[in-house]
Design a protein around this ligand. Structure first.
Ligand code: LIP
Length: 264
């Protein structure tokens, strides 16, 4: 078995257990643990508990790997493999009781820098939706027995998704960007979860996705899903403080890239 498949299978097993924990804690009632960059940027007790479980399960099997998670200290590791983890992506959805949240786990070779890492495995598990999306480098992207494929034709315009950061001062600029992309769109969706949006691009449920200011753990797994489903993912540093992530099939990715890379 290749390393990518081995890492995918481990990530899948852990994501299932972690997703069930998140789902159980949600049913029991969610408690706000802290706010981070703004009042809207929250972390729940469950975020921290789920990340601790993921970290412990990985360490049991691969103690020399690195770890980069949203809710705990980074660990460099010595194996050359780093796990990039969002324990609950779609945190605000989770806190409000909406089902569009997921556990996102990726394994990358090299430093956990999106500009240079080599993604080997990725899993996005949405327990409240009963869905899990998996990918191993060179082995395609899957949802159960269904192989995922991005869309290739958008005669009525592209069904796009995007998101907005927690900092209200960025919202005007992001809404201006919506105005710039709408001429190529048939409609726009805003799920509140980057990982799920990327999984839906991989599954052909969205034609494209873009968002500024995502953290590596928001997209590490979902980006591999899109690439293994035949799509393209790129990260524009037009504004280095809030890089722009773009994902889609070849034609949609090219049109989004052309629009979003224009200096404004
Ligand atoms: C979220 C992303 C979402 C973005 C939110 C936030 P979190 O991640 O999945 O796409 O719009 O601002 O970054 O905080 O739920 O892990």
């Amino acid at each position: 078995m290749t390393l990518a498949l081995e890492l995918r299978d481990l990530a899948t097993e852990i994501a299932r257990e972690a997703g069930e924990l998140a789902h159980r804690r949600r049913r029991e009632g969610v408690h706000l643990a802290a706010t981070k960059t703004t009042l809207a940027d929250i972390v729940t007790d469950a975020d921290r508990e789920v990340e601790a479980l993921i970290r412990a399960r990985i360490a049991e099997v691969r103690p020399d790997d690195g770890f980069l998670g949203e809710e705990s200290e980074a660990d460099v590791g010595v194996s050359g493999i780093t796990w990039v983890v969002d324990p609950i992506d779609g945190t605000v959805n989770y806190a409000y009781g909406m089902p569009a949240y997921n556990v996102s786990i990726a394994a990358v070779r090299g430093t956990p820098d999106p500009q240079s890492w080599e993604a080997l495995a990725g899993v996005v598990h949405a327990p409240a939706l009963g869905e899990i999306f998996t990918a191993a480098q060179g082995h395609g992207a899957w949802s159960g027995e269904t192989r995922l494929a991005v869309t290739t034709d958008t005669p009525a315009g592209a069904l796009l998704a995007t998101g907005f950061g927690y900092d209200p001062s960025t919202h005007d600029g992001d809404l201006a960007t919506v105005r710039r992309v709408m001429p190529m769109a048939r409609d726009l969706r805003r799920s509140g979860s980057a990982a799920l949006d990327l999984a839906y691009v991989a599954a052909g449920r969205l034609d494209g996705y873009y968002e500024r200011g995502l953290k590596p753990w928001d997209f590490a797994a979902g980006a591999l899903l899109v690439e293994e489903a035949g799509g393209l993912v790129s990260r524009l540093e037009v504004d280095s403080s809030r890089p722009m992530l773009i994902a889609g099939g070849r034609a949609v990715h090219a049109r989004l890239h052309g629009i979003l890379s224009e200096k404004r």
